[in-house]
Write a protein that binds this ligand. Structure first.
Ligand code: ADP
Ligand code: GLC
Length: 480
């Protein structure tokens, strides 16, 4: 089957979060299973320079100005690039300028993405027409509307994947005419959301099928608490069997402790001693006391409210007072960064805490390999990928039991330790008490290095391969 993945990020060329990891891995695995996936993505500078030998498919005039569609390859995946420099030739984030201000023409940049997807379905590339248009997050949501509008001219079905329901892609109603969507679509039963156009709702309402990235999140978003106002619509779609949760996987080519060239010392579950070397070098790199006695906690994350880092901040002095160590790699909210830095600059803690502000792929591998515990205290988490990477690297995850985190980490309760299923620490209440309870248990378990090692080995034996999840997508494509 021919499947077009429509997205705003793609690993390894442009990434702000897990979305890129998914679009970089899932099509690759689906192709190995016999499907024919291609990607459609805006022509940001990193995409144009990262896709080799891109050829012109067609130049067209659109409501957003002239655009040339190019086609080339990256990591053996075919990629359609929308080359429209007036919209996409901007360095840095795909969404905002260096001051974190969203680009004023985002409504146009991502309307064009959706529109070109529908044109591909209608035969823009004579040689390749998708049977399925699989769109990811709000950036690609309008593809479902345009496909709906052009229904007689194509045979494609649409799948819309929610990676995060917290980003709505809201824009003013008056743009409708410019982006060539009839006023009649501006409706509660349509893409209207509290008086604005929501590109996210466009995907939720007009797609043939919705997926999200974990089974638990698929249930959570049908509740008022997690549904962000879309829960009514999502409940209806769930009742119609049009909402499915499929867990994300790990790209074994990128995250594999036995062959990761970005880490100092490679290891598997039988030679975990080598992991100590990674810890030593990591401690050394960050000027922390070098030893294997102190448990090293880490976080790799976007600094946003979703991720619950303020909770960690409030308990960090306790972790440090108990001789724990802590490394944060993150970028985003400046206030959070300042608060962590203030603590890190306290002479009392200096040898035990380090904060790295910025986005650094290589460092993320060294931290996952060198740390003992990875914390993911998210308030909500559609899937979460860092805890999967951590499990694979024998770094025990300590997580809030929500969304994909609750589908992937098994708490070290006495019962789970006895029945040999525990793989980490998970707490229920997203508050200081909840988190503190999990931290206490991590410190307790650390005292018994033998039990710790058993947990590490079990964590590393978990299978979160894309193979299984890709097969579920295949079934869905066939059903749709
Ligand atoms: P989200 O997509 O909500 O940010 P995920 O856990 O799904 O959360 O994915 C985050 C991805 O981004 C992971 O691959 C993680 O390693 C990576 N990441 C997050 N922050 C950084 C950073 N500062 N430097 C390097 N990688 C990061
Ligand atoms: C989103 C979610 C995250 C998920 C990722 C990839 O950014 O916040 O939980 O893992 O998308 O699906």
């Amino acid at each position: 089957m021919k499947i077009l993945h429509v997205c705003a990020e793609f690993y390894p060329l442009i990434k702000t979060g897990g979305l890129a990891d998914v679009t970089g891995a899932l099509p690759k695995v689906l192709n190995k299973l016999g499907e024919q996936c291609r990607i459609l993505i805006p022509g940001y500078p990193a995409i144009k320079s990262g896709v080799s030998n891109a050829q012109v498919v067609k130049t067209i005039n659109t409501f957003a100005g002239q655009a040339t569609i190019l086609f080339g390859y990256c990591n053996d995946i075919g990629i359609y690039i929308i080359d429209a420099p007036h919209l996409y030739a901007r360095e840095g984030s795909p969404y905002h300028d260096m001051y974190q201000n969203a680009y004023a023409d985002n409504y146009l940049r991502f309307a064009l993405l959706g529109w070109i997807a529908s044109e591909l379905a209608c035969g823009l590339d004579y040689y390749w027409q998708p049977d399925i248009v699989h769109s990811h997050d709000w950036h690609a949501g309008l593809s479902c509307v345009y496909l709906n509008l052009k229904q007689p001219y194509h045979h494609a079905k649409s799948i819309f994947t929610i990676h995060n329901l917290a980003y709505y892609g809201n824009f003013e109603r008056y743009h409708l005419q410019e982006i060539q969507i009839p006023q009649s679509y501006f409706n509660v039963n349509g893409l209207e959301y509290y008086g604005q156009i929501s590109y996210l709702k466009a995907g939720l309402y007009y797609s043939d099928h919705i997926t999200t990235v974990s089974p638990t999140y698929a249930k959570e978003i049908t509740t008022t608490e997690f549904g962000n106002g879309f829960d009514g619509l999502l409940r209806t779609r769930a009742e119609q069997q049009r909402l499915t949760g499929i867990l994300n996987g790990i790209d074994d080519d990128v995250w594999n402790s036995t062959k990761d060239t970005l880490i100092v010392s490679r290891y598997n579950k039988r030679n975990l001693r080598n992991k100590h070397t990674d810890k030593y070098f990591l401690q050394n790199e960050f000027g922390l006391d070098t030893n294997n006695k102190q448990p090293l906690f880490c976080i790799i994350s976007r600094l946003t409210k979703q991720k619950g880092l303020d909770l960690v901040l409030s308990l960090l002095p306790e972790i440090l007072a108990r001789r724990g160590q802590f490394i944060l790699l993150g970028s985003g909210d400046d206030d959070l960064y300042q608060a962590f830095s203030k603590l890190a600059n306290n002479p009392q803690y200096q040898n035990n805490i380090a904060i790295y502000y910025g986005y650094n792929e290589e460092l993320s591998h060294r931290i996952i390999a060198g740390a003992d515990i990875l914390m993911v205290p998210s308030r909500f988490e559609p899937c979460g990928l860092t805890q999967l990477y951590a499990l694979k690297y024998g770094t025990l995850p300590l997580v809030h039991r929500t969304g994909g985190l609750s589908d992937t980490v098994i708490d070290s309760t006495n019962e789970n330790l006895d029945n040999k299923t525990a793989t980490g620490f998970a707490y229920i209440d997203s508050n200081q008490e909840g988190l503190r309870y999990a931290i206490n248990r991590a410190f307790e378990l650390w005292q018994s290095q033998q039990t710790w090692r058993i947990l590490q080995q079990r964590a590393m034996s978990q299978s979160f391969s894309w193979q299984e999840s890709a097969k579920q997508y295949q079934q869905l494509y066939n059903a749709v």
